[in-house]
Write a protein that binds this ligand. Sequence first.
Ligand code: 9MR
Length: 321
Amino acid sequence: MVGLKEKYKDYFKVGAAVNIYTVDTHKELLIKHFNSITCENETKFVNIQPEENNYEYDQTDKILSFAKKNNIAMRGHTMVWHNQTPDWVFKDATRDILLERMKNHIYNVGKKYKNDFYCWDVVNEAIEDKKDLFYRKSPWLEIIGEDFMDYAFNYAREVLPDTDLYYNDYNESEYPKRDKIYKAIKDMLDRGVPVDGVGLQCHWNICSPSMDDFKQAMEQYAKLGIKIQVTEMDLSVFDFKDETRLDKPGIDLLKKQAAIYKEGFKILREYKDIVDTVTLWGVADDATWLDDFPVKNRKNWPLLFDENHEPKEALYAIMDF
Ligand code: 9MR
């Protein structure tokens, strides 16, 4: 079978999230099928700068050396987020102090991987899911104010003139969240803030989003006139509120999953001129964050390769065009 990256070479890069273990355990699949990788946790604030001015780059460097050796591009994830950010960042912070800490972090990590990462998720998940609020409540918003994203992108551009800078979020196809994501980016662009792309996480499940909604969302984001990446795609075999446990997924379920992947990739191919990369949030079903979310310790099968690293229906479905 031809590799995914080969099959999609005229469309977009195909990526996977990795960690320091899966670059060993999943290396055959990574090398054959993927030409972009994202660190699942290693490049987050708490991992990179757990204490002020104490930068830890060893884990990322291990993954980077794997990427370089195998000619795989790397995306950065993520600089400014409400999660996985150590407490010291917000401790006793005034607006000026927090902006200074933000700038230091972005400058340091940006500079370190300047020649290595082709893009960064500069800000992650800043838009609120609930209808009545626009921005998500977070210490970044509360301490700095609504212009915290402007600062983050401007700092990132200062240190990374040639790297694509992304705003990344989930529930990207849901209404009204997609209108809010669109508006937040559009307003930044109108203010001259350097946003090069929108990252759609695409943590989907067997029931949602509908592919009609996804298509409409793509149409809307395309109007921003910037690049689009799918940054964290996977497809849970359970509806979000469903707490069922299964020993293994039935063939019908896997077929349904494959059909959604097929349709999703078909839509993405239609936007190949602006879709830069489509990244899966993991490589194979033996290592997925969904085994612990939203139900703790429940097996899930959301990816394109099974627990034995064999292709699933879903893989064949997205290769069939
Ligand atoms: O997959 C990541 C998991 O290992 C971590 O425990 C979790 C902690 O917040 O973050 C997961 O990755 C998230 C990503 O960084 C941002 N979008 C949602 C992802 C899944 O939670």
